[in-house]
Design a protein around this ligand. Structure first.
Ligand code: HEC
Length: 149
């Protein structure tokens, strides 16, 4: 191959090389692992049981048990992401869509917190959500509509 061609092709190939999962941004991970259900606007599909994030998702982030719940939603558990990536994509969701529901003393998830909360055994995530929603309800904090009993 002529040298000039190599000098054009090699940098082009390097630019096109896929970045490893570790290097993907939270935004990219959201698109790849979450948006299929939650949508690009974060509005979900409430009738199908995918809760709306907009102006609501922050409610869970202000409560100890709510933060544990977030680390056990099926899309996060089954995402195949590392704990550091889960922290980043969860913070991305909350910072992008919580709006007014973002607690005043909001603390982003760290990798260590994700590891710790994922180790807690939550056999029934729907029951866990119900329990957390009851606490938030009693505090006058709204959460997304959810069709499961
Ligand atoms: C296969 C569909 C699906 C995918 C993919 C998915 N989720 Fe979810 N998500 C759900 C459902 C369903 C719920 C409601 C909780 C439940 O039923 O267990 C939920 C709940 C949530 C909640 C809590 C909202 C609430 O009001 O309870 C957050 C936050 C969340 N998901 C984040 C994510 C993130 C971050 C990803 C990507 C890493 C993701 N989800 C991928 C289906 C999905």
């Amino acid at each position: 191959m002529r040298l000039w061609l190599i000098s054009i092709l090699v940098p082009a190939l390097l630019l096109a090389a896929p970045v490893s999962a570790q290097e993907r941004s939270a935004h990219a991970n959201y698109i790849l692992r979450c948006a299929g259900c939650h949508g690009m606007t974060g509005a979900g599909a409430p009738d199908a049981g995918i809760p709306d994030f907009i102006g609501l998702v922050g409610a869970f982030a202000g409560l100890d048990e709510g933060r544990t719940y977030l680390m056990h939603v099926p899309g996060v558990v089954g995402s195949g992401l590392s704990d550091a990536e889960i922290a980043a994509v969860s913070n991305y969701v909350i910072e992008t869509w919580a709006g007014e529901s973002l607690p005043a003393d909001w603390q982003p998830f760290t990798e260590a917190e994700v590891t710790e909360r994922r180790a807690i055994d939550i056999p029934d995530v729907v029951a866990k959500r119900r329990e957390v929603v009851a606490v938030l309800d009693a505090m006058g904090i709204e959460t997304a509509a959810y069709p499961w009993p």
